[in-house]
Design a protein around this ligand. Sequence first.
Ligand code: ADP
Length: 490
Amino acid sequence: MYITMIAAECAPVAKVGGLADVVYGLSRELEIRGHAVEIILPKYACMRYDQIWGLQVSMQDLWVPWQTHKVRCTVWFGFVHGCKCFFIEPHNADNFFNRPAYYGFTDEHVRFAFFCKAALEFLLVSDKRPDVIHTHDWQTALVAPLLFEIYKFHGMPNQRVCHTIHNFAHQGIAGENVLWLTGLCRPDYYYSPDRLGDDFNRTAINYTKGAITYANFTTTVSPQHAWEVRQTEQGCGLGHTLHKHGGKFGGVLNGIDYEMWNPEIDHFIPQHYNVDRIEDKYRNKEALRDRLLLRKDYKPIVAYVGRLDSQKGVHLIRHALFYSLWHGAQFVLLGSGSENGTNEYFWNLKRHLNDNPDCHLELGHHEELAHLIYAGADLVIVPSLFEPCGLTQMIALRYGTVPIVRAIGGLADTVFDKDHSTRYETDRNGYVFNEPDYGGIESALHRAIGLWHSFPDQFRRLMTQGMKYDYSWNYPGRHYADIYEYIRHK
Ligand code: ADP
């Protein structure tokens, strides 16, 4: 099959979060399976240009219809770690992507509406006719309505769209102006609740709703989250629409890149190891302690790696830190926050605990340190309030680090409690708690730290059982290929 990914992010060239990892990882896997894959991205000024090979102009003048005129764009081509990527660079006064950051501007909805339109226009005029166009999150959700309402009649009648929602909290809410800008026009028609009309704000259109309505198939990033968004408030108002289009909606668990996350070849860790040489992992624990100036003591290291966002259960992370210190463990945190209050809190906490030899807080984004923490820690906590999929727990499992997670979204699909699970004992790989309260995380930490101290053999077995799980892109890649095959013939 010929597949085109249209996305706002792709690792490592334009990465903000998990979305970037998924676009890259899935594309690589599909290529390995013999499909032809191309990725279309905005040409951000702030991208990692050092991660693009052979960047060159692919189309000098792409004229994109925009309201009553046309915007000239240049389309660039380059390889990102083997993936074929096209980058769209608009030349207009709005400077949509020539800015110092990926997101965070007041015209977000206009910028990405333009990107959707430009990507389709590029496919049309360059005579590219992919079997499937795969779009991701609200930024590219307008592709499906634009394809089936406009481009289908201009020479793209056979293309199919698969849309993946990575985060329901961001849906793309905009006003009527976007309809006029993109050439959809006809507000009466599109404001219908059966199309793009938002169910809660009658003066708004909802990009993600448009994608669910128009796309041939919509997925989210884990089976459990697919259930949650239909049955609970986690659908953020889209539950009804998902029910209506339930026949073309499902959950596909994300994978992680097994080349990037591999303790046997990881460049960022001093000692390589695998499931048969798991004792070598302890050299990384020593290295982590050296690096973070932690005391060398007979204690497990509990870690948190991730964004410091309320979604991640910040109050539980803080509680886990103190609980671990009081109950015979060390604690390491690597996190970056986008909320001012949270950032300030953790900076104060860092200062407060500065002289504690059992604790280290590193605030900021450090790819290399993240690898060392996954390799050196004994336990990783992921106490999220909601978590569509979550990559941290899968990476931890790959490194033989036992995850402690809340039973939500993709965490519930990937981690199975050592003591309470319907799985066979040999298939259990971590600790799970249900309620997002102090009692929940305390009970899980108590059991995990207790096992580490009192039954090291059992703890070690839990580590190796986790390492045997396959959370690579192998299975999800096959699953997506099946979905593409299915919609292709519809
Ligand atoms: P989300 O996409 O919600 O941020 P995920 O668990 O899906 O969470 O993905 C998080 C990814 O980002 C993981 O690969 C994790 O290691 C990485 N990460 C998060 N915060 C940091 C940080 N401060 N430094 C380095 N890597 C980080």
